[in-house]
Design a protein around this ligand. Structure first.
Ligand code: ADP
Ligand code: MG
Length: 914
């Protein structure tokens, strides 16, 4: 739905416009004007403002040098001398234009990022020029704030005013330190400063005047410049900082008197170093793997961010008379001019994209190499005076500013791992593993001993059994053998006796025949015995064979046992090998865990970065709408560091799967829930993911979170995600069907953080732009909820409310024209008119613009006219038709007034010309 999206996108603004990417100035065709960046240029334009951790990605984010113009009020002398002449410049801050008078009838027009009129307060100047830079420094980037202009135009007033008598007069240096000290905790972080003067190509230490020739050291690898010789003082509190500035000023004055110089000829350079350690974040994935072991947690590397803020009060930009009328020789005059003209040359070269930038030509350009065409966020304020007598100098100052606007930097996070403490932690971890390994080894050896012993016992027992059995058999057979021998001997003896008895009986008849028959008998008896003996022998042999068989069986049993012992031994060695494999596997897994861990840190960092940006109220893109405030999931090629690696979130999305991420929205652990909702919000910021998220039930889960959670961060991030999803017509209907209005209203009632309210108002404002949902939105209290949020006076919230009202009024007026709506506007019915009238001339232009449109839409339907008149809206409408800075709105208001008979009659009655 193109209408909604475009209305929506116009609905945002930022107070910190210098810190944003928005501007209407005609810029050189390239964001990628810097040749170094040309490869990444296209995708970088779309990339999210957050940079990745330097630990992994060092491509950086583009950030053009921002330029503001500040006009000094006429001083006493000018009020008299120029009394009859107009100022040589005219500032039109609302259109960010400056007109430089050529003569009475002609002038040149220039556009700048910000115009600060003679009425601009010091506070406003700080907020517009320096605050975004200071915030970047606190986030770990380098930052530069620099003032350029003719002597006497207010450079020192803008940067260095201490404001001790009048708080309102405090300049950028003092205010920057206040913001820094408010952000860091000095127990764990550190803030330190150096203060220097650069005069005639010599750097002097303003904190220690004896130190009067400090050299610049460049790191050949990183190209970073540092001044190791400069005094670096740790800042303890605001007062100590102001004291140091005052001391520096005094030394500057003394040094310049000695050198017979004026401070307008030297550059003053303040360097503030901020070192912050970043707390390690819990990972979303650790629970995903089911691996919550302490080891995974302890592998989180602690991170330190080192931002450096450089504030430069340049020498006066006016040309020095080369004749040396100020008491200098020509050589001196050249040297005095050198740094400033070298700066001009470098900026020209960068602006024109030329291949060679003469950085090395002067000390100033070497010191500022990171500020122009480098990695710092840089903001330049050019100061001019009103006097027509200095038109020439003013013109050249303006041209310097115009060229500086073309310089593109690549912001890079100055983040490092704190390797020392990581290594300490890893050492502890290693010791733990070693001890554990030793324990396991011991247990394993014990087990082997036990198995071996058991096997040996078994073997010796079988041997014993075998020997016993053998012995038993042997004795048995011996006994039997002896018995049989004995029996045989007995028999033999008996036989012998029988023989001897027969021969010794004399006188018997038939003696010989008897003898013969006796002889016959005994031979028969011997034969029988022999047969019996044979039988017994056979039996013996059989028994012996059986014993031998048994012996063989026992022998084979023994062999079997020996074999199983060998098997046991090979099992043991197999187990040993498995143990080694396991150890190997463990090591590999640890490696993987470490990789995942660092990916998670990255992702976590991005999510936090986004949250921070959301918190800051959209400092990165002014008119980009809420969608651009959410972290944009990077296009793969943006992050492509050449090896085809995908953006971490997209990768996470692929690896983990949307379903799992969504399921984490209901996790028990609040931290996990917060991480998950941040990841979903990041994904929802990209149109291609939105459909998938809704399909997978993400919208329902986000709405559930609004219902069930009590955490403000979850409200804010979930509402942001819903706001992003609500850019699409189908989703708008789904949100409504799932009771979204009721939930958003309820959350709006509970929320305190303006950024939460802004997200909710943004979501409702999107719904307000859908023609089909008008009645339902109103009947479910959407308009009342919007109106309720104006209790928070934050301009971002008011701008979203105003946008919602304008969207609603626009749909209504469309419906009226088509004849589908009759009767008074529902906005009037719900009592929005008084707020509209009250804010119709709001000083914040996004609020004002939406309300002006809303007024025009309401006025288009005659039936609203009476209420508008009685509510005081006619007056505002007349004002819009006359004064509105946008021509289309002015015309619309005029046409509307002319075509309404009721308004016409009232204007006649009040004698208002039209
Ligand atoms: P520079 O540093 O550019 O030479 P200064 O900051 O010293 O200029 O300003 C010159 C004079 O003008 C000082 O007296 C200063 O107080 C005054 N001045 C400069 N800017 C302003 C301003 N915006 N409002 C009031 N007085 C100013
Ligand atoms: Mg000065």
């Amino acid at each position: 739905m193109a209408t909604t999206a475009s209305v929506y996108r116009n609905g945002n603004y930022s107070r910190n416009s210098l810190g944003t990417n928005n501007n209407k100035v005609e810029r050189p065709p390239s964001v990628n004007s810097n040749p170094k960046n040309s490869l990444k240029s296209k995708s970088l334009r779309k990339s999210a403002p957050a940079a990745l951790g330097a630990a992994k990605d060092d491509t950086g984010v583009p950030g053009r040098v921002r330029v503001a113009v500040r006009l000094r009020p006429r001083n006493a002398e000018e009020r008299v001398a120029d009394a009859d002449f107009p100022d040589c410049v005219e500032l039109q801050p609302e259109v960010k234009r400056l007109k430089l008078r050529k003569n009475n009838w002609d002038s040149d027009t220039y556009e700048f990022d910000e115009l600060l009129t003679e009425f601009a307060s010091q506070k406003r100047v700080y907020e517009v020029v320096a605050k975004p830079v200071v915030e970047s420094v606190l986030d770990g980037y380098n930052g530069t704030v620099m003032a350029y202009g003719q002597t006497g135009t207010g450079k020192t007033y803008t940067l260095g005013q201490l404001g001790e008598e009048d708080t309102a007069a405090r300049g950028i240096m003092v205010r920057a330190m206040e913001d820094i000290l408010a952000d860091v905790s000095l127990e764990t972080n550190s803030v330190s400063m150096s203060y220097l003067q650069l005069y005639m190509e010599t750097i002097q230490d303003l904190l220690n005047p004896t130190n009067d020739n400090i050299s610049i050291v460049e790191d050949p690898k990183s190209g970073d410049v540092s001044l190791p010789g400069a005094t670096l003082v740790e800042i303890r509190n605001q007062q100590s900082f102001v004291d140091l500035l005052r001391l520096g000023e005094a030394h500057r004055f003394a040094a310049n008197t000695k050198l017979n110089a004026e401070s307008s000829r030297s550059h003053a350079i303040l360097m503030v170093h901020v070192k912050k350690s970043v707390r390690g974040r819990d990972s979303v994935l650790s629970s995903e793997n089911g691996d919550n072991s302490p080891m995974v947690k302890s592998l989180k590397p602690p991170i330190v961010r080192k931002g450096k803020l450089v504030i430069v009060d340049l020498a006066g930009s006016e040309r020095i008379d080369k004749s040396g009328s100020e008491g200098h020789t020509l050589e001196e005059a050249k040297s005095i001019n050198l740094s400033l003209s070298a700066l001009g040359k470098c900026i020209n070269a960068l602006a024109e994209n030329s291949a060679h930038v003469p950085v090395r030509d002067s000390k100033l350009t070497r010191l500022l190499r990171d500020s122009f065409g480098g990695t710092a966020r840089t903001s330049l304020v050019i100061t001019i005076g009103p006097s027509p007598r200095h038109r020439g100098e003013t013109a050249s100052t303006i041209m310097f500013g115009q060229r500086a606007m073309k310089v593109e930097n690549m912001l890079k996070l100055k983040e490092e791992f704190d390797y020392k403490s990581l290594s300490r932690r890893l050492d502890q971890q290693l010791d733990k593993f070693i001890a554990e390994h030793e324990r396991q080894q011991k247990a394993f050896e014990d087990e082997i001993k036990r198995v071996t012993m058991e096997a040996q016992n078994q073997i010796s027992e079988s041997e014993r059994n075998y020997a016993d059995a053998l012995e038993k058999d042997k004795t048995k057979y011996q006994k039997e053998y002896m018995e049989s021998i004995k029996k045989l001997e007995d028999k033999w003896m008996m036989n012998q006796q029988k023989h001897a008895g027969g021969e010794n009986i004399p006188g018997l008849k038939d003696e010989s025949s008897n003898a013969i028959s006796n002889g016959k008998d005994s031979r028969v008896g011997n034969m029988e015995e022999l047969a019996e003996m044979k039988k017994k022998l056979q039996k013996e042999t059989l028994l012996r064979k059986a014993a031998e068989g048994e012996v063989n069986i026992l022998k084979s049993q023994l062999a079997g046992l020996k074999k199983s012992e060998a098997l046991a031994k090979s099992d043991i060695s197999k187990l040993q090998k498995m143990l080694e494999d396991e150890a190997c596997q463990k090591e590999k897994l640890e490696g993987e865990i470490a990789t995942l861990q660092s990916q998670l840190l990255q992702i976590s960092f991005e999510a936090d970065e986004t949250a921070r940006r959301i918190d800051k109220g959209g400092s990165e893109e002014v008119l980009g709408g809420l969608d651009s405030l959410m972290l944009q999931v990077r296009q793969p090629q943006i992050n492509d560091s050449g090896n085809g690696e995908k953006a971490p979130i997209a990768k996470l999305f692929e690896q983990v799967g949307l379903q799992k991420i969504l399921s984490l929205l209901e996790a028990e652990d609040a931290d996990v829930r917060i991480h998950a909702v941040k990841v979903v919000a990041n994904l929802a910021a990209e149109e291609t993911n939105q459909e998938k998220i809704v399909e997978a039930g993400g919208l329902k889960s986000l709405l559930m979170l609004l219902r069930s959670s009590e955490d403000e961060t979850i409200y804010r991030v979930a509402a942001g995600a819903i706001a992003n999803l609500a850019m699409n017509e189908t989703n708008q209907e789904l949100i409504m069907a799932q009771g979204g209005i009721h939930l958003l209203s309820m959350t709006a009632g509970n929320a305190k953080d303006p950024q939460t309210l802004r997200m909710i108002a943004g979501a409702i404002a999107n719904l307000c732009g859908n023609d089909k949902l008008q009645m339902k939105l109103r009947s479910e209290g959407g308009i009342k909820a919007l109106l309720g949020m104006v209790r928070c006076r934050h301009p971002d919230v008011l701008a979203q409310v105003a946008r919602g009202i304008a969207n609603f009024a626009k749909c209504e007026s469309r419906a009226s024209t088509q004849g589908t709506k009759t009767g008074r506007s529902l906005l009037i019915e719900d009592g929005v008119l008084p707020w509209i009238v009250q804010n119709a001339n709001n000083e914040a232009s996004p609020i004002r613009r939406h309300i002006e449109l809303a007024l025009c839409h309401l006025a288009q339907h005659e039936v609203n006219a009476k209420d508008m008149i009685s509510g005081g809206a006619l007056r505002e409408l007349v004002r819009v038709s006359r004064d509105c800075s946008r021509e289309d709105t002015r015309t619309l208001a005029h046409r509307t007034l002319t075509s309404s008979p009721t308004f016409q009659a009232e204007m006649r009655r009040l004698r208002i010309d039209h």
